[in-house]
Design a protein around this ligand. Structure first.
Ligand SMILES: *Cc1c(COP(=O)(O)O)cnc(C)c1O
Length: 423
């Protein structure tokens, strides 16, 4: 779509909503402008193509299709079956897995279905600690995973701030877990899935690798793949994969039947067929050479942004990044992550506060901010813009002066205007 067609596309969508519901239409228009005019640096966010959006907004939302292609509990599934088969086959091609279940409504549900397929309540599971980069669904006490299983968290090393694989091996020998969960939400370094799988298998555990954040790099071979080594691989489809909001589970053929039963009827009812159609579209896009180029650019942008922030004096967790994301450690005596997030927000720069390893502040306050390049790279920004963004972030974080934040906001809008998104 060219810029003119895009503008027409959004105008039709918003007109349809406005006629039925002016209040929601106003919120939609404002959100589109917010995305268009600001700098989106939240590492888990991205911007989908009009094709993915259109598939999500399609008539397939109307269809009940409990079950799987050719084995449904409802009639009239011949066309949604086509969409689900395309999504499954493209996922297999993209990740080289034996089996893919594309029905999980989210990353959290993808993980829940693997727990249901592998563990009994009270079993011991391992997950990386939330404040060291893990995810809530990897055993946090407030999450069903933490409430259902005996969770042993593993950590990063204090000196390198990278996963302490030796300690993980010792823990595995000591606790003999049923399942080791690896993968992270706020970990900037390459994860050694082969080593984790070896550690797990030595102690009789299975492995679930959650690649929610790094799926895009894994798909194009720019992060080592867990697929050959781990029994289960889960992901979201809306982060670096740049598809609709949703989840997916991959596994070996011999585990497929039990996994499918765990997703439906174990965890979910009717699948979201419009979202599954949009997953198929996003996977087709990810199989194009242009997606590979996108991932290469996003990684280069992360390196440049990280190095530029370091040159300006900011300390990065683990001293850098191998991925699409980085974490500034603002320090125990610096401003908090919450303050930094608020301040940057006032300047039109969206990030999220985050804890850092061995943080002394509470998670809601945090001593870090997480920054990622997937969304700004989708807009077409490159290394020069990353250097400029580092300076904007630096100016905002170093002053209490609101006039400076407002000034930066003007510069952010000018930068965003040069890379139009949704018109
Ligand atoms: C984002 C994320 C999830 C959860 O995805 P939702 O779709 O928000 O439920 C799970 N695991 C990891 C590692 C994530 O980063």
């Amino acid at each position: 779509m060219n810029q003119h067609e895009r503008t027409a596309f959004f105008s039709i969508l918003e007109t349809a909503v406005r006629q039925a519901d002016p209040e929601v239409a106003a919120a939609l228009g404002n959100e589109r402008r917010r995305e268009n005019d600001g700098l989106e640096l939240i590492a888990s966010e991205n911007f989908v193509s009009p094709a993915v959006l259109a598939a999500m907004g399609s008539v397939m939302t109307n269809k009940y299709a409990e079950g799987y292609p050719a084995k449904r509990y409802y009639g009239g599934c011949e066309f949604v079956d086509v969409a689900e088969e395309l999504a499954r086959n493209r996922a297999k091609q993209l990740f080289g897995c034996d089996h893919a279940n594309v029905q999980p409504h989210s990353g959290a549900q993808a993980n829940m279905s693997v727990y249901l397929a592998t563990c009994q309540p009270g079993d011991v599971i391992f997950g990386m600690d939330l404040s060291h980069g893990g995810h809530l669904t990897h055993g946090h006490p407030l999450n069903y995973s933490g409430k259902t299983f005996k969770v042993v968290p593993y950590l990063v090393r204090q000196d390198t701030e990278t996963i302490d694989y030796d300690a993980l091996r010792d823990l595995a020998k000591q606790h003999r877990p049923k399942l080791i969960v690896c993968g992270a939400s706020a970990y900037p370094r390459t994860i050694d899935f082969t080593l984790i799988a070896d550690i797990a298998h030595e102690s009789g555990a299975m492995v679930m690798a959650d690649i929610a954040h790094i799926a895009g790099m894994v798909a194009v071979g720019m992060h080592p793949s867990p697929v050959p080594h781990c029994e289960y691989v889960t992901t979201t489809t809306h982060k670096t994969l740049r598809g609709p909001r949703g989840g997916m589970v991959m596994c070996k053929s011999e585990l497929a039947e039990a996994l499918d039963k765990a997703v439906f009827p174990g965890v979910q009812g009717g699948p979201l067929m419009h979202i599954i159609a949009a997953k198929a579209v996003a996977f087709a896009e990810a199989l194009q050479p242009s997606y590979r180029e996108y991932i290469a650019k996003l990684l280069e942008n992360a390196k440049v942004l990280c190095a530029s922030l370091q040159e300006l004096g900011w300390r990065m967790v683990s001293g850098g990044t191998d991925t699409h994301l980085m974490l500034i450690n603002l320090g125990a005596d610096g401003i908090s992550g919450k303050k930094a997030e608020d301040r940057l927000g006032k300047a039109g720069i969206t990030v999220n506060k985050n804890t850092v390893p061995f943080d002394t502040r509470k998670p809601y306050i945090g001593s870090g901010v997480r920054i990622g390049t997937p969304a700004v790279t989708t807009r077409g920004m490159g290394p020069n813009e990353m250097k400029a963004i580092a300076k904007l972030i630096d100016r905002v974080l170093r002053t209490e002066d609101e006039t400076v934040w407002a000034q930066v906001k003007g510069e952010v809008e000018a930068l965003a205007k040069a890379f139009p998104l949704y018109g």
